[in-house]
Design a protein around this ligand. Structure first.
Ligand SMILES: Cc1cc2nc3c(=O)[nH]c(=O)nc-3n(C[C@H](O)[C@H](O)[C@H](O)COP(=O)(O)OP(=O)(O)OC[C@H]3O[C@@H](n4cnc5c(N)ncnc54)[C@H](O)[C@@H]3O)c2cc1C
Length: 338
C-alpha cells in the first residue's frame, strides 16, 4: 500500500546495551543518511523463524549524516521481531527504509510538554535536543516502571537539567497529568510517546483541561492490550469466510492471508483505515488502537483489525467488501460508449 519510501542495504556499525533489555544500534546505510526530522522512524527487515518481516524503529537523537541510531526493547511476549534485532551482531547486513515521519514537531508554539513512557523515550530524545538547540521553552517528563528501564537517563539529565522530571512507579512517583498540563502555556503543545495506559491518562486530562485536541500529539508503538493475546476465530460477512487468528498474528494479517479484501495503512491502530464493523462477538474485544474514543471502544461496534483482537471465541465482522459483477460493468461501459 505504501509507495513513498525507498529501501537500501545497510551495515550495523555499533551496538550498545543501554538497559538490561534495550539495545542501541548504529546503522550505516550504503546510500548515506539523508536529513530527517525529530519524530521520524525507519522500517527494518527482520527474519523471524525463517520468514521475512518488518519492524519500525524511531530514530534516536538528531541526524549526524553518518548513521541511523535506533534503540530496541526486547519484548519476549511479542512475535519475535525485537528478539531478531537483539540477535544481530556488529557488521551484520540489513535492509532499511528511508525515514518517515508521522509524529512531526511543530515549531510555532510558545511552550512544549514532552512526555516519554518506557521505550517511548526514543523519538522524544531528538525532539528535546532540537527544542533545546533552538532555545525554545519546554519541560520533559520521563516515566518508567523501574529505574533500570530509564534508558539514556544520564545523557538526558546532563543535557536538560531542571527541565527534566523523572517518574518511577516502583518508587511511588507517578505522573499527574492534570497539574503538568496546568503548567503548560495555553497555546502550548503536549507530545507523548509511550504505552496506551499513559496515553489514555494524558488524553482524559487534556480533555478535562478544555484545551483544543490539536494541542495533544502522540505516537504509540502499537498493540499493548488489556489481555494477553490469544487465538480466536473471525467470520466475515457477507462472504462467510472463517479464519483462525492465532495468538501470534494480527487479525488483519490473518484476513489478508485468507484472501479477504481489507484496506490498511499505519498498522498500529492510528489511521483507522482497517476499521471493520463488528456484527457479533462471542467474547470481549481487546481494543488496542488509539483511533477510537473511549466511548466508541465501549460500544464495540467497530474494530481496528491491525492491532485489536477478540479475547477468544468468534467475532463476526462486515468487511464492507461487495463482489463486483465485472461482466455487468463491461456491458454498462459498452452501452455508454455506443
Ligand atoms: C512508528 C513506530 C516506532 C517504533 N519505535 C520503536 C523503538 O524506538 N523501539 C522499540 O523497541 N520499538 C519500537 N517500535 C515497536 C517495534 O516496531 C516492534 O513492535 C517491537 O520491537 C516489538 O516487536 P516484536 O516482534 O518483538 O513484538 P510484536 O509482535 O510487535 O509485539 C509487541 C507487543 O504487541 C502485542 N502483541 C503481540 N502479538 C500480537 C498480536 N498478534 N496482535 C496484537 N498485539 C500483539 C504484545 O503485547 C507484544 O508485547 C515502534 C513501532 C512503531 C509503529
Amino acid at each position: 500500500m505504501r509507495s513513498d519510501i525507498t529501501w537500501t542495504t545497510a551495515t550495523i556499525r555499533a551496538i550498545r546495551d543501554v538497559t538490561p533489555t534495550i539495545r542501541q544500534f548504529d546503522i550505516a546505510p550504503d546510500s548515506g543518511v539523508p536529513v530527517w526530522a525529530p519524530g521520524s522512524h525507519i522500517d527494518i527487515g527482520v527474519v523471524i523463524d525463517g520468514r521475512a518481516d518488518l519492524r519500525s524503529y524511531s530514530l534516536v537523537g538528531e541526524p549526524d549524516g553518518a548513521v541511523y541510531r535506533i534503540a530496541v526493547k526486547r519484548d519476549d511476549q511479542g512475535r519475535g521481531g525485537s528478539r531478531a534485532m537483539h540477535a544481530l551482531r556488529e557488521g551484520a547486513r540489513v535492509s532499511v527504509s528511508s525515514a518517515k515521519n508521522h509524529f512531526e514537531l511543530e515549531f510555532s508554539r510558545p511552550d512544549y510538554l514532552l512526555v516519554a513512557g518506557g521505550i517511548g523515550i526514543t523519538p522524544m530524545l531528538g525532539m528535546a535536543a532540537t527544542l533545546l538547540r533552538r532555545g525554545m521553552s519546554f519541560r520533559f517528563l520521563y516515566a518508567a516502571r523501574s529505574r533500570e528501564e530509564l534508558a539514556f537517563l544520564p545523557e538526558l539529565s546532563a543535557q536538560l537539567g531542571d527541565k527534566l522530571a523523572v517518574f518511577v512507579s516502583s518508587e511511588g512517583r507517578r505522573l499527574d497529568f492534570a497539574s503538568e498540563i496546568a503548567r503548560l502555556d495555553p497555546e502550548g503543545q503536549l507530545y507523548l510517546c509511550g504505552p496506551m495506559r499513559l496515553l489514555d491518562a494524558a488524553r482524559s486530562a487534556w480533555a478535562e483541561s478544555g484545551r483544543k485536541t490539536s494541542g495533544l500529539r502522540y505516537e504509540t508503538f502499537g498493540s499493548s492490550g488489556r489481555f494477553a493475546p490469544q487465538a480466536f476465530r473471525v467470520r466475515t460477512s457477507p462472504q462467510g469466510i472463517e479464519v483462525l487468528v492465532p495468538e501470534n498474528k494480527t487479525m488483519l494479517d490473518a484476513l489478508v492471508e485468507a484472501g479477504v479484501d481489507v484496506m490498511w495503512d499505519c498498522r498500529r491502530g492510528e489511521c483507522g483505515l482497517c476499521v471493520l464493523n463488528v456484527l457479533e462477538s462471542s467474547s470481549e474485544i481487546d481494543h488496542r488502537d488509539v483511533f477510537f474514543s473511549e466511548h466508541e471502544r465501549e460500544e464495540n461496534k467497530r474494530i481496528c483489525a491491525c492491532v485489536s483482537r477478540a479475547v477468544g471465541g468468534v467475532i463476526v465482522v462486515d468487511t464492507a467488501y461487495r463482489s463486483v459483477d465485472l461482466a455487468a460493468d463491461a456491458r454498462k461501459e459498452a452501452a455508454i460508449s455506443a
